[in-house]
Every structure is written in C-alpha cells, then in structure tokens.
Write a protein that binds this ligand. Sequence first.
Ligand code: NZQ
Ligand code: ZN
Length: 392
Amino acid sequence: MYDFNYYTPTKVVFGRDSVQQLGALVKAQGCKKVLIHYGGGSVKRSGLLERVRSALALEGIRSVELGGVVPNPRLSLVYEGIALAREEGVDFILAVGGGSVIDSAKAIGYGAAEDADVWELYEQTRTARACLPVGVVLTIAASGSEMSMGSVITKDEGGIKRAYNDDLARPKFAVMDPALTMTLPDYQTASGCVDILMHTMERYFTAGGTMEITDSIAEALMRTVIRNARILHDTPQNYEARAEVMWAGSLSHNGLTGCGNDGGDFASHKLEHELGGMFDVAHGAGLAAIWGSWARYVYDARPDRFRRFAVNVMGVADTGSDLELALRGIEAMEAFYRSIGMPTSLKELGIAPTDQQIEELAEKCALACGGVAGSIKKLRQEDMRNIYKMAR
Ligand code: NZQ
Ligand code: ZN
C-alpha cells in the first residue's frame, strides 16, 4: 500500500430534476458572467439548453453561449472560447454535456485565466497556475470528467490528442440527473460503460502496492457497471440502471479507486488516445477494441492480479492455474464487450490502420508518455506497436 492524497472538491447534486437547483448553484459561485458551453446539438433537441437558460435567467445571472464541441474536442474551439471569455468578461464556465464539453470547458478555463498558450499545458511544457471555475450539467455517464482532474484535447493539425491533469480544473459542482442520459444512442451508452469500467481497471491492474478496501470497492464498481450495462442494453429507459452507471462513472475517475495503489497502469488509455486523435473514434469503443490485446500482452507479468479479476469480477470458477484463469477472465470481459455491442478489435471498431499508421501511432504514443507507459508491464514503442498489431 502506498500513501495517498484524496481530493474531491466537487459538490454532487444527483437525482431526478436536479437541474432545478442549477440557478442556486451558479449563484452561490458569486460570478458575474457565465459561459454556457455545449456540444453538437443534443442539448438543444432535448430541451435541456432551454432549461439551463431559464434557470440562470431566473436568478438574474448573465450569460453568453458557445456550442459546437465535438467528441475528441478540438483546440481550435478552445481558442475561440478563450477569446470569447476574455471579450465578455466571463468568470465562470458551465459545461452542459459529456466529457468532450467538460474537457473543452476546462481548457477554456485554463486559457482564459492565464496569458499564455493553453496548448503548452497539454504538451506538458509548463503547469497551470490558475483556471476559471467550471460547473457541470452531465448528459452522459462515461468520462468521469465531472469530478476528475483531467482534460483531454485534440490539436486540429495532426490530430494530436493529449491530456492535462490538474486539481485546479476539478469542477465546483456537478448536476447529475440520470434521466438526462436516456436520449443517448445505444452505442454511446455502451461506450460510456466501457470507459467507466476502464477507469477502474486501469487502476486495478497495477504492479505496485494495493489496498484491500480499494480493491473491494473497485470490484464492486466493476460488477455493478457490467450488470447495469447489460440491463441498459435491453432496456435503455431503465432509470435505476442509468443511475447506477452514472454514479459509478464519477466514482471510477475521481481518484477513489486509485487510493493506496501506484496510480494505475493507464497504458490502454494512452494507446486509445492515439486512435482517437488519428481516427476520431468514440473513446470507450476504442478502449474496448484495444483492451483484450493489451491484456494478453501483459497478463503474464501479474497473473495473480488477473486471476483475482477473473474470479471476483467476471465470475469465473476458481479452479486452474493463475495463467489459465487470467486468460479466462480476459475472454469473459471480451464476451461481455461484444454482448453490449462493443468492438474487441480495430476491425470491429471500423478502422484498418496500415503498417505505416501503426508505426505512427506507436511513435506518437511513446512520445506522449515520455517513452514508457504502463505499470503492470512497462511498455516501450515496440511493445505499443505489437499491441496495435495484435488488435487488428
Ligand atoms: O455533441 P452532442 O450533440 O451533445 O452529442 C454527444 C456526442 O456526439 C452525444 N451525447 C451526449 N449526451 C447526450 C448525447 N446524445 C444524446 N443525448 C444525450 N444526453 O454523445 C456523443 C459523445 O459525447 P462525448 O462528450 O464525446 O462523450 P464522453 O463523455 O464519452 O467524452 C469523451 C471524451 O472524454 C475524454 C475522451 O478522451 C473523449 O475525448 N476523456 C476525458 C477524461 C477526463 N477529462 O477525465 C477521462 C477519460 O478517460 C477520457 O479520456
Ligand atoms: Zn477514459
């Protein structure tokens, strides 16, 4: 077990019609002008944007708006948002949407708070000293960005997708009404469930110290997401299942499932970010497509850990060697992914990278990780190339 800091400053307002509390939540921030940030149109179609506008207007809170955030959110829109925030004297950003909108809001927050190029943060050439406060109305359970320190932005030229992590950008509040996620396409619901699972699996599969309480929370979380993802696959309008998954999404990436371990592996995420940057795939689906190959590449380094996962999470019968059980656990997870319509290879994901593109993916991934990724097994560029090839 390692020492740890656990910091979750986000106020969570969870449940049916929680959007009704939005006006009071924003007012309590004491801000002068809010930037309402949203995506490609789902919040207009569902009527949520209108409800948000009314909630702010009722409290006499002034606002400006910037929509158009796309999945794998782009740096160009972040720059636009920074310019708008400065021009309008914005001092609070309200993200109404999913991970892409929240991450774009965080990036605008960093950029508007400091007179320097925000991309330098994502290139890891400096650290932030300030960020405008961000609040969230969540519309998809997936990224965990509503409580996380992360923000992931894609630079338009070259499709370079990079993350920046800093407590400064953890949202002040997150309004979470599971009913808001009922308009999601099934593919996005399933993709979100994979991302939630992966945020816990990345921390669970570690070669470093572990803690029994953290492992037990992680296993319960993973079992809960698997059970409810299956329910949502058959009955997407099930409120209870939506709620279980939504809360799991926040707990999976707010630091809880990493307490006491070594910070996790996160190699699958690093590998997927390059796929997102080059091919613009949905993040969770990209993770599902790469995970099995990653797992088969690394499991012999910690078969005991994979055995525990197989038995305690996937319900595999506890007989056989560590290596046998590890493989059965990986197969069971892949079968689950397929059962909810998620891919388990790049082909199923709908992409066919050439050898040259795989080389480029591996090169960019290694560069982004400073040469080495992962905990359970340390992966270098050649390992990354091998995993991408296995995933084809
Ligand atoms: O743009 P709109 O029209 O709103 O449509 C979105 C988008 O097309 C749609 N959608 C969202 N809520 C909806 C809805 N459609 C109907 N009804 C609703 N209620 O869903 C699509 C996907 O939205 P997006 O925000 O991209 O999804 P997600 O939350 O999965 O976010 C993905 C992004 O988060 C990053 C990913 O890399 C990716 O860029 N991540 C951020 C993390 C963080 N900040 O901590 C950690 C994660 O590991 C992840 O990397
Ligand atoms: Zn993720």
